[in-house]
Design a protein around this ligand. Structure first.
Ligand code: AMP
Ligand code: TRP
Length: 357
């Protein structure tokens, strides 16, 4: 891949997932599944964004394991290291360096308005996003104790994207606002210092962009939910998948129909449709006149049939640590080379002195 000249390269796609919690069906249907498809037409970079994960306190030994496990799950889901670049964010120092530069073009107000920051900082004290051993500021609300990296999070994400001249960023619905900032920063830099960055587009799926929690279908399914019954982990054994779907909250109606006022059922229908690759209407039609419990047990078997081969490949990959290490070392080398090209250009345009060779 590294021998290919830039002019012959396909347009670049980049995305990443934080190594926190356990990858879930929401991540698969909203993001990973798309990544796999995009590999045919784009030059793809997929990252395990560990520097983003430390915006919440992590247990070091678990974080280390999870980074490797996530990379293996990307590959098990169908990301092909021969065609795509897979890397761990912290292996590419240019991400943190460009973050600093971009932060000088970002206002505090812009970052303070980010929905994710507002939500996470409000809960900082109870979710480990507070800085330990620092006394609360007098007169400041709970959010004053949130760590500053949580505030800077979207700037680091913009750096991830802009370093590679990325044209498209496949993410779920919740990342739209962060992407908007990445676009603004690219335009701002280009305007002040001349054309440097490609302005990235969000690639958000039409269906499956927001898979909801199984127990509370008004909330999104999240890989770091405390209640394991809310989400299906990619590595959940078949029995857990059956049990969680059987217990998923629906409603007291009997007819299977897609209606936003029946969010539990609508969510399960969406999951079925995306897993099967069919429009929701077709699924509704196929189940007309059938019971919720029939539908749920078919959905569970469908999810198992998609996840079992992924789990099998995952187990094989985790047994060959040296192969995984090699994939990540190759990915990091490729990323560092490409990222440095952009970063050097940025430093030059800013007026920083180039080191003598
Ligand atoms: P997160 O789990 O929040 O780190 O998100 C990782 C990726 O998965 C991002 O692209 C999200 O937009 C996507 N994602 C996370 N949860 C869901 C969900 N419930 N439905 C659809 N996409 C999701
Ligand atoms: N913020 C993203 C999330 O929580 C993860 C992420 C970090 C990302 N850097 C990125 C996604 C760059 C796409 C591109 O899901």
């Amino acid at each position: 891949m590294s021998q290919v000249q830039p002019a012959e390269r396909k347009p670049v796609i980049l995305s990443g997932i934080q190594p926190s919690g356990e990858l879930c069906l929401g991540n698969y249907l909203g993001a990973l599944r798309r990544w796999v498809e995009l590999q045919d037409d784009y030059d793809c970079i997929f990252m395990v964004v560990d520097l983003h994960a430390i915006t919440v306190r992590q247990v070091p030994a678990e974080l280390r394991k999870r980074c490797l496990s996530f990379a293996a799950q990307y590959i098990a889901c169908g990301i092909d290291p021969k065609r795509s670049t897979i890397a761990i964010q912290s292996h590419v120092p240019q991400h943190a360096e460009l973050t600093w530069v971009l932060s000088s073009l970002t206002s505090m107000g812009e970052l303070g308005r980010m929905t994710q920051f507002k939500e996470k900082s409000r809960k900082a004290v109870s979710t480990d996003a507070a800085v330990p051993d620092v006394p609360a500021v007098e007169g400041g609300g709970a959010s004053q104790q949130a760590n500053a990296a949580l505030f800077m999070y979207p700037v680091l994400m913009a750096a991830d994207i802009l370093l590679y001249q990325t044209v498209g960023v496949p993410v779920g619905d919740d990342q739209k606002q962060h992407l908007e900032l990445a676009r603004d920063l690219a335009q701002r830099f280009n305007h002040h210092y001349s054309e440097t960055f490609v302005v990235p587009e969000p690639f958000i799926p039409q269906v499956g962009a927001r898979i909801m929690s199984l127990q509370d279908p008004t909330k999104k399914m999240s890989k770091s939910d405390d209640n394991a019954n809310n989400s299906i982990a990619l590595l959940d054994p078949p029995d857990a998948i059956r049990r969680k779907i059987r217990r998923a909250v629906t409603d007291s109606e009997t007819e299977i129909a897609y209606h936003p006022a029946r969010p539990g059922l609508a969510n399960l229908l969406t999951m079925y449709a995306v897993l099967e690759g069919k429009p929701v209407e077709q699924v509704v039609q196929a189940y007309s006149g059938r019971s919720y419990s029939d539908f749920k047990s078919d959905l569970a078997e469908l999810a198992i049939s998609v996840l079992e081969p992924i789990q099998q490949r995952y187990r094989e990959l985790m047994q060959d640590r040296s192969h995984l290490d090699q994939v990540l070392a190759d990915g990091a080398r490729e990323c560092r080379r490409r990222a440095q090209r952009t970063l050097s250009k940025v430093y030059r345009k800013l007026g920083l002195v180039e080191p003598a060779r």
